[in-house]
Design a binder for this molecule. Structure first.
Ligand code: 5GP
Length: 114
């Protein structure tokens, strides 16, 4: 069996981390290296390496990740706006090969993103 990703270890409880939200499909934690006052990661429990690897059957799960990100950001009071980011592949800056949705908020965002 392949080694667990860091996010599988966190999701399985091998590495104790405060969960901002969790359900049977996904969990939400704070990024260890925050790029904004609020920087969440919403992570599916089942390993999907990256968005490229998702299939049609993952459609509902992908939508769920977005709605969870919205719910947690709003629940924490970040009503003035938030940004959702998914880095897909090395050119996009992906570093952990386990699909995750970044939710950033609490500062003015620039465009284009870096
Ligand atoms: P990526 O660059 O793949 O889009 O995002 C990976 C994110 O995971 C990075 O923002 C990085 O700071 C975060 N990260 C990596 N390892 C850990 C960890 O052990 N705990 C937490 N909370 N975040 C992590």
């Amino acid at each position: 069996m392949a080694d667990k990703t860091i996010f599988q270890k966190i999701g399985d409880g091998d590495i104790p981390v405060k969960m901002e939200y969790q359900d049977e499909l996904c969990f939400c934690i704070r990024d260890i290296n925050p790029q904004a006052p609020l920087h969440l990661l919403v992570i599916p429990r089942r390993l999907i390496a990256r968005l490229d690897s998702a299939v049609e059957a993952d459609e509902a799960l992908l939508g769920h990740l977005l709605l969870v990100g919205r719910k947690v950001a709003l629940g924490l009071g970040f009503e003035d706006g938030f940004r959702i980011v998914i880095n897909n592949g090395p050119m996009a800056g992906e570093t952990v090969p386990h699909l995750h949705v970044h939710v950033l908020a609490g500062r003015q965002m620039g465009w284009p993103p870096g």
